[in-house]
Design a protein around this ligand. Structure first.
Ligand code: DON
Length: 574
């Protein structure tokens, strides 16, 4: 699949909500502690979400007294209904939280099925079988979203589980009006799935302007509301998923039964007076984002007086990105399988050394840019987006995905659940690019129960212990380069938030060599294109450069912004 045809479908949302916290409570009772009432520190709740229905859901939850985590979970389930191209219960994701002044990270990424094998997408000659990790039953990883939402809400939520499921159930039962963008994405995806999956049985009638109901999905959500995550992993829904896989795919009841979400230590770094809290492995995004931010800071003299998005700016950023993607390809994978050298990869002196390799005038030869810690393999281990900020100063940044739009195109019979194609995020063969054009090493080879390497980067910036920015986006390997650019626009160029989000974005990822990807929303053309080409770069269009959902806190007022590239909305809730 060519890069300009990359189809992307993660969904990110940002919420600022009413959350009640109890100082120190989590310290003494780390698991499943409930927050309690505290005076508000912000003058409103605010949300930036991928569609208006999930915004309504979040508003309802705030009005019922729910906190940021309750709102986030309600948004996630609602998007599974009203944003079916990416919102999901058949996929997985990451949640970065800042609760009661402390950072947390929840990994509910999909896992490879137990019977998955390293070469499962290769033919007899060892060549990758086109499309096999992207479409149909064998592309599906064991979904983690329901377990992730259950775990987050159980630990930090304030409302009853049933209350946070209620808006999603209503939209599935009563239907919602289909947007132009959703129908367009359905039509595009349906072409890929034609003859391969049962996609049209469920989504054949999805038409712009028409009310779309999903009774099977309503029944699943109702069971989950009544029985919790257990229904999905051990109950009737588990039976239906396993039955639909039988004879077609690898996921069994045992896979579902054994799935667990994991609380991990987030990647944390100090940058420009802010504390960055972001995604650790199995995401490459947090490390990538910190590397980008720090190397750009190291190169401040080179960036001095260089105008934003000028040819020289594009060149310098691309040089930094080259080095980040060289490290990504070599060192990153599931930390439950490989000891990823996180501390070394974000170490100040290591990054200063890497930044010093940047050629300030012309593109470095791609082949000369090698992984910075040496090419040895990571040591094998023995043992393994929405964003939210609330009136009480707590935040949730969540990115979740089914990978391509409508994932694998497989809908579980009798449920309406769209299953992911996250298996494509593994390296089907070391050195072979996936749909995002990124390559990987052994660290990201397929192994049973392993999580595929991700780029999702739900991020929170704090200053003096208070949340300053909650940010995230879909976009595959474009995720952390997009977030990086918006953060630069806000903090280095002091742009108003909405302008920072709307500004032109570009992307480089080492391979293909010296190629700068541009987006249809703000194409690189005319004189700028000529200047970039004159520096030795090729320009290539891509159809997507993210859908940023962000909240910035200005004093005691949260300011949400939704990317004009998508159908996201913002709302303030008093
Ligand atoms: O985990 C990842 O990095 C990808 N599966 C995310 C896919 C994505 O962002 C699609 N976006 N529009």
């Amino acid at each position: 699949m060519s890069l300009d045809k990359v189809k992307l479908s993660a969904s990110a949302f940002a919420v600022a909500a009413l959350v009640t916290v109890s100082s120190g409570l989590l310290e003494t009772a780390p698991a499943y502690a409930k927050t309690s009432d505290q005076p508000a520190v912000l003058n409103a709740s605010a949300i930036a979400v991928a569609d208006k229905f999930s915004a309504d859901a979040a508003e309802q939850i705030f009005k019922e007294g729910g906190n940021a985590v309750d709102a986030a979970v309600a948004i996630a389930f609602t998007l599974a209904v009203t944003y079916p191209e990416a919102g999901n219960i058949g996929g997985g994701g990451f949640m970065t939280l800042y609760v009661d002044g402390k950072p947390y990270f929840l990994d509910y990424r999909e896992k490879a099925p137990i019977s998955a094998t390293r070469n499962m997408y290769l033919d007899d000659k060892g060549n990758v079988i086109k499309g096999m990790s992207l479409f149909g039953y064998r592309a599906v990883g064991v979904p983690g979203t329901v377990e992730g939402m259950w775990e987050a809400q159980r630990r930090f939520g304030k409302l009853k589980w049933k209350q946070v499921l209620a808006p999603a159930i209503k939209y599935a039962t009563d239907g919602f009006e289909v947007s132009e963008q959703l129908q367009q994405r359905r039509d595009d995806a349906a072409k890929d799935f034609a003859g391969k999956t049962n996609f049209d049985t469920y989504f054949g009638n999805l038409k712009q302007g028409v009310n779309f109901k999903q009774p099977d999905l309503a029944a699943v959500l109702t069971r989950i509301a009544n029985q919790g995550a257990k229904d999905f992993y051990d109950g009737k829904t588990a039976d239906l998923i396993a039955a639909s896989m039988r004879g077609h795919g690898l996921i069994t009841k045992q896979d579902l039964h054994e799935y667990k979400a994991v609380w991990r230590q987030p990647v944390e770094a100090n940058w420009n007076g802010y504390h960055v809290i972001t995604a650790p492995p199995p995401s490459s995004g947090g490390i990538g984002l910190v590397q980008l931010l720090k190397m750009k800071a190291d190169l401040a003299p080179d960036f001095k007086d260089v105008p934003l998005n000028s040819a020289q700016y594009v060149h310098l950023i691309a040089e930094i990105e080259k080095r980040v993607f060289a490290d990504r390809a070599q060192y990153l994978g599931d930390p439950d399988f490989y000891k990823v050298p996180v501390a070394q990869l974000i170490d100040d002196s290591y990054l200063a050394k890497r930044a010093a390799e940047v050629n300030p005038t012309t593109p470095s030869d791609t082949k000369s840019v090698q992984p910075g810690l040496g090419t040895s393999m990571p040591e094998k281990a023995e043992t393994t987006h929405f964003s939210v900020i609330d009136k009480w100063g707590n935040a949730v940044s969540n990115t979740y995905t089914i990978n391509g739009y409508f994932g694998s195109g497989v809908v579980v019979d009798g449920t309406g659940i769209v299953l992911n194609d996250e298996m494509d995020d593994f390296s089907a063969k070391p050195g072979m690019a996936n749909q995002f054009g990124v390559v990987g090493s052994d660290a990201n080879a397929i192994e049973p129960k392993k999580r595929p390497l991700s780029s999702m980067t739900p991020t929170i910036l704090t200053k003096d212990g208070k949340v300053s920015l909650v940010i995230g986006t879909p976009g595959g390997s474009r995720i952390f380069t997009s977030i990086f650019q918006v953060i630069n626009n806000v903090y280095d160029f002091n742009m108003p938030l909405q302008d920072a989000v709307a500004a032109m974005r570009f992307h480089h990822q080492l391979l293909p060599p010296n190629t700068i990807f541009w987006e249809p929303y703000k194409p690189i053309e005319g004189e700028l294109a000529q200047q970039i080409e004159a520096k030795g770069y090729k320009l290539q269009g891509q159809d997507f450069s993210g859908d940023i959902q962000v909240i910035k806190v200005n004093g005691d007022t949260p300011e949400p912004a939704a990317d004009p590239r998508g159908r996201g909305v913002t709302r303030m809730v008093q």
